[in-house]
Write a protein that binds this ligand. Sequence first.
Ligand SMILES: Cc1cc2nc3c(=O)[nH]c(=O)nc-3n(C[C@H](O)[C@H](O)[C@H](O)COP(=O)(O)OP(=O)(O)OC[C@H]3O[C@@H](n4cnc5c(N)ncnc54)[C@H](O)[C@@H]3O)c2cc1C
Length: 423
Amino acid sequence: MRLRDVVILGGGLAGLTAALKLKHLNLEVLDAASWIGGRTRSQRLPGGPWLNFGAQYITEDRPAVVELADSLGVELIHSEMFEDYYKLLLPEDAPTRAEVEAGIRRIEEAQSQPRPVTLPELDDVSFADWLGPMSEAAADYFDRITLLMNCASTIDLSVVGGLWVWGDQRTSPWNTDEIPHHDRGELVVAGGTSELAGALAASIGGRVSLRTRVTSVTENAEGYLVRAVGPDGERTLHARRVVCALPGPIAAQVFPDLPGWKLEALRAVRYGRWISTPIVITPAGRTAPPYPLTASRPLVRYNADGFLARTPGDFDNEGGTYHSFMADAAARVVWNDPDESIKSGALRMFLKEHPEYADRIERVELHRWELGHPQYVRGLMKHFALLAEPVGGITFAGDYTWQANMEGAVRSGERAAQQVLSK
Ligand SMILES: Cc1cc2nc3c(=O)[nH]c(=O)nc-3n(C[C@H](O)[C@H](O)[C@H](O)COP(=O)(O)OP(=O)(O)OC[C@H]3O[C@@H](n4cnc5c(N)ncnc54)[C@H](O)[C@@H]3O)c2cc1C
């Protein structure tokens, strides 16, 4: 059994960024999935476009992701599809729109007054209650936006959470001038988001073991015993230090010896489910056979965003992918439905909006994300500062310890590596 300086649990952006910063050490990254990059999973299609199953957009509030991509030579392309999503989805009828705009003004005013996020009136009250009574159509608008931005309905979110995910930046609930940003507009990763994780893995010399599920981590005389099940059966690794970049609830399961305050904090992190159903369109003139639709559920929102998220470029010349997502509320309803039914539901909604593509559907893919998005739920802020607190030789990374997006994952990985190096 070899003694590693560091074993990193989780090969998402957080774990891989930590690995990059620690690459001079004897390290290994373990990940349960069969692909690299966790929730940035994407796929390149032969000779065609790419499709993303998870993360898509690098908005201006994500400078650390841009810096990382630049340092690795990963190409980022300008994209304007998702900008102003919350204005694009505004209801059209005048009374609902007026109601919604009044709500948005109130949100923006609250965002301009920074306060401690642990105040009970911010942390313990649901965003829906704070928004107050309104028409069903207006309430639906706010619910839809918060589901899209944090996979959490206005009922799940605290007031802090609602303010955090609303608007042009999702770095903080407060809209102050100090929000770090880059000035290249909205970007996507050329070739698919997991190109970034692939470049990270290459930069650490491929020291990533996929299909390797960590089952427990316990202390011993020299550091930690990491037990895992890999493609060749059980493995035990010996490490001086551990970086845990697993989702919060899984971290709570694999470290049985953590102190109560840490377990409580990790268990307070709740995730919303996502189902992604990317829809690939052929170039114009190359028709595809009719897609074999099966039954899907009436009245279910198989798409969260009106198909805003698509690959940049000219669909008529090159084809492309529309990234369709079901947010938590709808994903829970269809979770156990057959894949074909979910794909059909997404495609029916798509064709209603884009009938021009009826004979150009090349394929529809599907990914169920059970731990899709860490939500800013009521009561989380009490524990928030403790999520990233190291315990002995274990440091913690992951978007749930910083902010719920790629920027949070990258920055948390950098911080965890710094904590390792400073001891
Ligand atoms: C549908 C969707 C759309 C999104 N859109 C955007 C977007 O447009 N922009 C944006 O910035 N962010 C977006 N995000 C969020 C972004 O993907 C995440 O914030 C980020 O990728 C999280 O990285 P992470 O390393 O913290 O976690 P993860 O990527 O979840 O990494 C955790 C890793 O741990 C592994 N793991 C789990 N259990 C075990 C175990 N027992 N043993 C070993 N390994 C284990 C998992 O396989 C995973 O690879 C989106 C997410 C989803 C799901």
